[in-house]
Design a protein around this ligand. Structure first.
Ligand SMILES: [Fe+2]
Ligand SMILES: [Fe+2]
Length: 295
């Protein structure tokens, strides 16, 4: 275990993240970068940006609670230290996405109201399931729920948002690229640490498999709400496409042109990519992927 953990030490974290890809950033992006004017001119796009960012804050607040809670559940010292670095990463993610809400015009005194109003109830359920395991100090289920399911989801959502923002919103794209690099480290830890624990505790498999299936259901329900039920989703799609075309930008992710795709196609490519990712990662740690019900 000692050598696997050198890649997850605080020293490594300092060199690669704090003094590496985050050096010189301000709330995750380059100093002076701003949200594009279009977001303030088009009320639909503005609403959509707020709504999306609120889900990121909700997910990251869950990750902050989970990673800090798991420190005291971890069976070994090296995992505790890694989780301490992850806790700071997640706190940073909460901070930078909260800062984006302020940059989009949310007043500080309205922050919690805005979050409550826009938080997707299915995402809240997803978070509750995970935090229940953490509260019980169930390290195996907590790490699978957090470092494979929650972060596998976050990683892909960030990548998709990064693809759509790269040319239209470099500020947001830069904010996302640092979080993507962090999440990659977190999912790596989940796979590396939990594989051996599952082998030592095979009786935990069915429990963990049930958790993955349930969390996956609430995740798909969250995606369904975001893409199907979003108010005026057709207009948003049209405004996005216009913005992409106007900027001469193209955004392709897993073979789908995100500037042209309708919301249904976007939901499918995201859900399919995340689930395929779960399957691959769970397979590596000896957990059988369970297909969730489709909401
Ligand atoms: Fe995070
Ligand atoms: Fe994370």
């Amino acid at each position: 275990m000692a050598d696997f953990l050198s890649g997850y030490s605080i020293q490594h974290w300092l060199e690669s993240a704090a003094q590496g890809y985050l050096e010189g950033t301000e709330y995750g992006h380059l100093p002076g970068e701003e949200e594009p004017k279009l977001l303030f001119e088009d009320p639909l796009l503005h609403e959509q940006a707020l709504r999306t960012t609120v889900q990121l804050v909700v997910g990251e607040r869950c990750a902050l609670s989970a990673s800090s809670g798991l420190i005291n559940a971890a069976p070994d010292e090296a995992s505790k230290r890694f989780l301490a670095t992850q806790t700071l990463d997640e706190a940073r993610h909460v901070e930078i996405f909260t800062q984006r809400l302020y940059d989009l015009g949310v007043r500080k005194q309205d922050l919690e109201d805005v979050i409550r109003r826009h938080a997707n109830p299915n995402l809240v359920k997803f978070a509750e399931l995970l935090l229940e395991k953490v509260d019980k100090k169930d390290f195996v289920a907590g790490v699978v729920g957090q470092n494979i399911v929650l972060e596998g989801m976050a990683f892909n959502v960030f990548e998709m948002l990064h693809a759509t923002s790269k040319e239209l919103n470099p500020k947001f794209a830069h904010t996302l690229s640092g979080t993507i690099a962090d999440e990659r480290r977190h999912v790596g830890f989940g796979e590396n640490r939990i594989g051996s624990l599952i082998r030592e505790n095979p009786h935990r498999k069915s429990d963990v498999e049930r958790l993955q299936k349930e969390m996956s259901y609430w995740m798909l329900a969250t995606f369904a709400d975001s893409f199907r039920a979003a108010p005026a989703r057709e207009e948003i799609a049209r405004a996005r496409a216009q913005a992409q075309a106007g900027a001469g930008a193209s955004a392709t992710w897993h073979g789908v042109d995100l500037g042209q795709a309708d919301p249904e196609e976007m939901e499918h490519v995201l859900a399919d990519t995340v689930l395929a990712d779960f399957k691959k990662r769970l397979g590596r740690i000896g957990i059988e992927y369970q297909t969730p019900a489709r909401p």
